[in-house]
Write a protein that binds this ligand. Sequence first.
Ligand code: SIN
Length: 475
Amino acid sequence: MDQIVNKNLLKVTCASSDDAIAVLNPATDEILTYIPSVPTAEINGLIEKSKQAQLLWQERTAAERCAILRKWYDLVIENSDDLARIMTLEQGKPLAEAKGEVLYGASFIQWFAEEGKRTYGETIPTPASGKRLMTIKQPVGVAAAITPWNFPIAMITRKAAPALAAGCSFIVKPANQTPLSAYAMAELAYEAGLPKDLLIVLNNHSSVAVGDIFCQNDDIKKLSFTGSTQVGSHLIKQCADTIKRTSMELGGNAPFIVFEDADIEEAVKGAIASKFRNAGQTCVCANRFYVQNAVYDEFVEKLAKAVAELKVGNGLEAGVNIGPLIDMKAKNSVMGYINEAVEQGAKIISGGRSLEGLFVEPTILADVTQEMEIVQTELFGPIAPVIRFENDVELVEKANDTIYGLASYFYTGNLHRAFNIAEKLEYGMVGINEGIISNEVAPFGGVKQSGFGREGAKQGIDEYLNVKYLCFGGF
Ligand code: SIN
């Protein structure tokens, strides 16, 4: 932590105590620092403060709110090296990727600092004379979020920026594994002029307890969650009692499809970017590969060659492409998937070994079949199972054979096939000849059990706005 230039970013850290939460470096297993666990008895009080702050914030003009967000964006960019270092230390991803995430996270602040000025209502042609109809959009009120450890900044800004731009207040519970990035981002927001009660970051030993309070408190009008389908389903049920609006960005099981008419070199490049970003710990990353028979061997061979060049190690070291997994539970489950697939007949083409600490070799498994457990599970690790297919009809059936519907990818040189397959895939997002699809201008989100609601894009701010219909008569 000594190498962090702007010490103000780490104001929240505290001494070790029974109440404190230890933050670990997954690359070394060392304790980086401690943060306070906010007592659950205090959380409703924080929500009340957030509510009072929101009432004042919604009275400010959109231009005033957006100017503060814009300043926040500038400060994030100014501090991007420190933020990236903090992220690599607590999350493990290579420094270059962490820097990429800081910029990606910042892009949501910039985007919504602009979109916040454009939350237009409508005038509606009246069906009855003597009436004038229109809609206005108003902030939902207090918005809360529970965010994951895999993208410690971007998953917060993708929610906080539209919420704040819309005139909401925002309370976030970041993952206990990666809270430092969240607190650092909040410090920069305060420095930009955001009132402290408007953006509250809190952690507690029990994520479940915080989730319960968020769901039960009627002053929270919106809950946005990024995480597993299982937890998302629980939260939706919990939110039913207060009829709370929710957005759910849940699990994925992205198929990555290579047709025989694809540019194989490009498909391999896309596969590496999509599969091994963040050591495969990404909801949208390629989870299972379907390769048409005629190009199966060529693709597997070229993918293995590219994977052999990936360097595994501490993300702070130069040239490292794949960092550690987040914790031992994650590593054990990834190794379990590899071993089980091999027992069921899959063949290791590359990697497959558990390395010291939380590191796992990037792994390619060939001869994988649709029936294997590895095809149905969100792997969240650097494993690429490769399955053969013969024709488009069979492919679509296999690719859609999952409860999930977040991202999907395919490579083809045939435009007719591109439209046909894109329309048939039951996913919220489709990358066509492209392995990286996320950015601030696109509506990120899934269908089926991958959730609902869109983040980023012009749609992202509507998640934090209520539409009010006004009917004028008698004028
Ligand atoms: C995620 O893993 O949920 C987010 C990945 C992204 O924004 O690309």
